[in-house]
Design a protein. Structure first.
Length: 71
């Protein structure tokens, strides 16, 4: 539900700050497939150039990489 609200805030209302605020807890637990979807979802295009969004993506990637078993 957070993700869909963030998409509406971003794509329909142009409220980048609110969308990022809603996505912050989402990305803290997002799965690899959820992260992959967020990276290509056109609803989030208005966020892509924002350093806060880029940091959220980077942190989620790091979290997921650290949780992978070695090998």
């Amino acid at each position: 539900m957070r993700y869909n609200l963030a998409c509406a805030l971003s794509a329909d209302l142009g409220d980048v700050s609110a969308a990022i605020q809603i996505l912050t807890p989402y990305f803290e637990t997002a799965s690899a497939s959820e992260l992959a979807h967020a990276e290509i979802d056109p609803d989030l295009d208005p966020l892509r150039s924002d350093a806060r969004y880029q940091a959220l993506i980077a942190e989620a990637r790091s979290r997921l990489a650290a949780s992978k078993p070695p090998g």
